[in-house]
Structures are given as C-alpha cells and as structure tokens.
Design a protein around this ligand. Structure first.
Ligand SMILES: *Cc1c(COP(=O)(O)O)cnc(C)c1O
Length: 409
C-alpha cells in the first residue's frame, strides 16, 4: 500500500473546512418567524393560522385540494391508510425496501401488506406490482427512495386499470417531480415527513395531501378531534356525530414546527435547483471512478436529491470493504457519507416477520419472500447527503477528491 497520505492512516484531510451539513439552516429570517409564532400561538385547535397557511400553500403546490398537518410523518402515513378505509382482509401492495414507517401503520388498520421487491434504483418494481394485484387489493403505496421518483405514470395506469388507490410516501421527495408532475401529485393521497433530517422540516411533523374529500375527512377523524372535526367533517357524514372525540387519537401538529416548515417551503424549489446543479457536477466528477456506480434517476425524473445514492463495487474490484471505504471518506472530512442502517429491507424486521406477539390479528409472518434485489441494494449502497447552499458553494466539500485518492491505492 502506498496510501500513507490518507487521513485514515494519519495523513492530512482532503476537506479541511467545517462543511457539516446543517439541517435546517436557521437563518435570521427563520429565527424572527419562530419568535413571531411563539407570540402568536403555540397550539392550534382547528385549521387556522400557520396551519392554514402551510396547508393551503402545500396543497396548491401539488395541485391538490386539501392538506392536513400532523405531528409526524408516521402519523401522516397512518392517516393516509385510515383515509382510505383499509380494513381486515384488504391487501395493500407496498415496498419491501423503504423506511419501515411507510408500512408499519398498515398494521393498525388490520389490512395485509403485500411486499414487493425493489428495482435497480431501489424503488418498487412496477412489473411485480401489477402481477401481485388480487381482488382484495385496495391500494398501492410507494416510496420515492432517497428522493429518486418512482415510475409514477405506470403506477398511475395500474391503479386506474384495477380501480385501486395509489398512495405515495414522499418523505424523501419534497420538491421532486416525475414527467412534469410533482411527487405527491400523482397519487390519490400522499404523505410527507417533516422530521428533522428531511428536506423540509419542522423538527418533527408530517403532512398529508389529497383531493379526495372522503380521504381528507377520515384522516382528520383519526387524530384531530373536536374543533377541526366539527369544522371540516360534513354534517351529513356518518362520522359527524363523533366529532367531539373523533376516532380518539391526537396527531395534531405543533405550530412552531409548522412555521419552521413553512419558512423552508418558501425556498424549496430554489434549493432543488441548486442541488441539481451540484448533483450534475458530482456525477461528472465521479463518472471515472470504477468503484462507485451512482444510481441514475428514471428518465423524466427530477430528484429531490435528499441523498445521492451510489452502489459500491470496491469490495470486489479493490478488496476494500464498504465500511472501511466510508470510514476513510469520513476521515478525509466527507462527513455526510453514510451507510444506511435502519432504512433496511422489510424482511429484516421482526415486526413483519413475527407480528403476532404485538398485533394479535396477524398470526403468521407478513413477509416470506427473499427479495433479493432489496437485500443486495441494501448491502451495497453508500449515501451522500448534501443540500444547503452553504455546502454547495464550498467546493472543498466535494467528496470526489478523497474518493479518487482512496481508490488510487
Ligand atoms: C422519515 C420517514 C418516515 C417517518 O417520518 P417521521 O416524521 O419520522 O414519523 C416515513 N417514511 C419515510 C420514507 C421516511 O424517510
């Protein structure tokens, strides 16, 4: 080895600036807005104030009629399933490779998740989706993994052909689009996380969008009792008489989280554009790097660039283990490089393998297949997160320098 200039072996770092990715970037304007919100109100019972502002703007951005803020993305996803009136005996087609919160709320409805393997970019395999539809299938849910949009035109066609609902987990895909339509716009209903690591964030929070009044009202009914139920559930609906309690959960958002999200939403498109420019640069620079295959987006997709995902081939090519490679990159100062851990294939999760002890209705394993693509995807990827203008402007943050340096060894 002639690599004694690598930082991991005691050499100098390639990246010396403190380029740590700050999310969200707390500007003076955001500080002001939060203080203002603090004095305005920190609890909203209905859909007024900052809830109304953000919900209206967010729904409009996706060409939807309604939006509903929640206290987490998981709550928004659960509300999405409640909105669709999923029940025991219903099947919902879902991705095996996703963050587990796409699928875990299904268990609270009693419906059966039908897991589908991923394709070469980590998204749900569309051909397998169609092959898995039965008379019991009520919905398809997809996740735009790491901000790479799914093939939404094909999925929309399948959903229409079989008259089932199309649902999107857009928690990685704020601002992304596919063939000219936003992620979240294609589905009958979509949910976004606004959690602290996400592109647009309130620290904790979530938001659901739909143009379907029934879905919207049932979503409200799950976790927004009294005032909001009374205001927004139609008086002739069967649910209206339960308005005081709703279905009994409280999934209401925090106004400070809503305000923080709203302030970032203003810059979402600008950020996405800037990340696109940066992504193109990184892709160009890394194209000659044989140990890395950057995952390409589908044709017609505009990524959110929540993360850039690469398949690592250096183990077979250079005998350098993925973990060691990432350690070396981090040592060089490329601190935003990471091997995803908990975002793993569903067949690795005990809750789906042995749900019965936790959810009495589910007496047998919910997942049996091998899902080889998702296993191999999970075992080979490296992700690189970047996103802020500050980071982008600092060319010293470019990871290709240490990457190249390392693989020359
Ligand atoms: C973060 C995330 C969720 C859950 O969102 P929370 O706000 O953390 O509850 C769901 N799905 C995906 C794909 C996510 O990344």
């Amino acid at each position: 080895m002639t690599d004694n200039d690598l930082a991991i072996l005691g050499g100098n770092k390639s990246i010396t600036s403190d380029g740590r990715f700050l999310n969200p970037k707390i500007t003076v304007d955001i500080e002001k807005a939060i203080i203002e919100q603090l004095h305005e109100t920190i609890s909203i019972y209905d859909s007024s104030g900052i809830f109304e502002k953000l919900e209206t703007a967010f729904a409009k951005y996706h060409n939807k009629k309604y939006a509903l803020l929640t206290n987490s993305g998981t709550s928004a996803i659960w509300s999405m399933y409640e909105g669709a009136n999923l029940n025991e005996g219903d099947e919902i087609i879902c991705p095996s490779y996703t963050f587990f919160a796409t699928n875990t709320p299904i268990l609270f409805t009693g419906a059966t998740p039908v897991f589908i393997d991923c394709n070469h970019i980590g998204n749900i395999d569309v051909d397998e989706v169609e092959a898995s539809i039965t008379t019991r299938t009520k919905a398809i849910v997809v996740t735009h993994m790491w901000g790479y949009p799914c093939e939404m035109d094909k999925l929309r066609n399948i959903a229409d052909k079989y008259n089932i609902l199309l649902m999107e987990d857009c928690s990685h895909a704020h601002g992304a689009s596919y063939k000219g339509k936003k992620c979240g716009e294609w589905g009958d209903v979509a949910a976004f996380s606004l959690q602290g690591t996400k592109i647009m964030t309130g620290g904790e929070g979530g938001i659901l969008i739909t143009s379907n009044r029934d879905i919207y009202e049932k979503a409200i009914f799950l976790g927004h009792y009294n005032k909001r139920c009374k205001q927004q559930i139609r008086k002739d609906s069967d649910m209206y008489k339960y308005s005081i309690t709703g279905k009994g959960m409280k999934l209401r958002a925090h106004p400070l989280a809503a305000r923080l999200s709203y302030e970032q939403f203003k810059f979402l498109d600008k950020m996405t554009k800037q990340k696109q420019i940066f992504a193109e640069k990184v892709i160009r620079e890394l194209s000659e790097c044989t140990a890395i295959d950057i995952i390409n987006s589908e044709i017609g997709a505009q990524n959110s660039w929540y993360a850039m995902v690469m398949r690592y081939q250096g183990d077979s090519l250079f005998g350098v283990k993925r973990e060691r490679f990432v350690e070396a990159l981090i040592a060089e100062g490329a601190v935003e490089v990471d091997i995803p851990g908990a975002t793993c294939p569903s067949q690795m999760l005990e809750l789906f393998l042995a749900p019965g002890e936790v959810f009495k209705n589910y007496t047998s394993p919910l997942i049996n297949g091998k899902f080889e693509n998702s296993t191999s995807f999970y075992n080979s990827i490296i992700k690189y997160r970047y996103g802020l203008m500050r980071t982008i402007q600092k060319s010293s943050m470019n990871i290709y320098k240490p990457l190249k340096k390392f693989l020359k060894t």
